[in-house]
Write a protein that binds this ligand. Structure first.
Ligand SMILES: [Zn+2]
Length: 303
């Protein structure tokens, strides 16, 4: 009766990796229990996930059609559009969120257009807009720009409105840190790169700058703001909660997942209890929604 917060399935978003041109699902070695799902099995997978009680998913493509610009992402029949259509067909009531970036679709694995070794911010924003409209056309309930380009939210909002998708909300990865906790994801999504993303993602020593980035996204028209990674950045989440009325999202990233999984496998911690404690911490810190690879386990096991 006196619990100040609660976590339910309504709060959780389950990230899914979808790979084209494979036939068997592949377990990600560094993320036990998480798989690359073959595109051909996605329909059945989504039906099952929804039946188990997951209410929202975020789709990540593992592309076999990488290019310099990642143009497959805005092709009407590209992987991004196909997986959204398949997911919505399999479970129309499931909330399908499209992750909008380029690192999984470019040959150099950067999150945008690369010119002379530098990211071209504005050209990337233009391409992100094309991608957002393609995702909305394919049926995405929400688009989530994660490239950390300046002006990406404004640019996507304008493009969506112009294409007739003024009702499609934008979940901005607004405070996204250049984090070493993404390691397992990059293996999962095939987006390892030489160098780093520090010219567009946030430095881990900067909290005020993270707030500024998020508040700029709000001004540009974001409907939800996100802090990523989760647990190491709870202070940012709490400070942001005090400065905005928008819903906030925390992303419990791959490295956070793996630390819990491997520590539990080693017998050091109780996985079930630790997972629930971390999710509670996100809520307490101010998150409304949580992206977590544990969402499916929780749907099966209950809280
Ligand atoms: Zn990216």
């Amino acid at each position: 009766m006196v619990a100040e917060n609660s976590v339910t399935m309504n709060d959780l978003i389950y990230p899914i990796f979808v790979e084209e041109e494979i036939t068997e699902r592949v377990e990600i070695e560094t993320m036990p229990g998480v798989y690359r799902v073959p595109e051909g099995s996605l329909h059945d997978e989504i039906t099952e996930i929804h039946r188990e009680g997951v209410k929202a998913i975020m789709l990540f493509g593992v592309s076999h059609h990488k290019s310099e610009y990642g143009h497959d992402t805005w092709a009407e029949n590209g992987l991004l559009s196909r997986m959204i259509r398949t997911a919505k067909n399999a479970a129309p009531e499931l909330i399908v969120i499209s992750d909008n970036c380029f690192c999984e679709y470019t040959t150099h694995s950067h999150c945008g257009v690369l010119r002379d070794g530098q990211i071209d911010n504005d050209l990337t924003c233009r391409n992100l807009s094309l991608q957002a409209v393609a995702a909305a056309r394919a049926g995405a309930d929400m688009v989530a720009p994660s490239a950390m380009m300046d002006g990406q939210v404004a640019s996507m909002r304008a493009a969506l409105d112009e294409a007739g998708f003024s009702g499609t909300p934008i979940m901005a990865y607004s405070s996204k840190f250049a984090s070493s906790f993404y390691g397992p994801f990059r293996g999962a999504a095939g987006s390892e790169l030489n160098g780093d993303r520090k010219s567009y993602q946030m430095g881990h020593l900067n909290g005020r700058e993270a707030l500024r980035e998020s508040l700029l996204d709000e001004i540009e028209g974001a409907d939800l703001l996100m802090v990523k990674p989760g647990l190491p950045y709870l202070d940012v989440l709490t400070r942001l909660r005090q400065r905005t009325l928008l819903p906030l999202v925390a992303y419990q990233v791959s490295g956070e997942y793996s630390m819990i999984k491997f520590a539990a496998k080693a017998g050091a911690i109780d996985e079930k209890m630790v997972v629930r404690e971390t999710l509670g911490a996100f809520k307490r810190a101010g998150a409304d929604l949580i992206l977590t690879y544990f969402a499916r386990d929780i749907a099966r096991e209950g809280f």
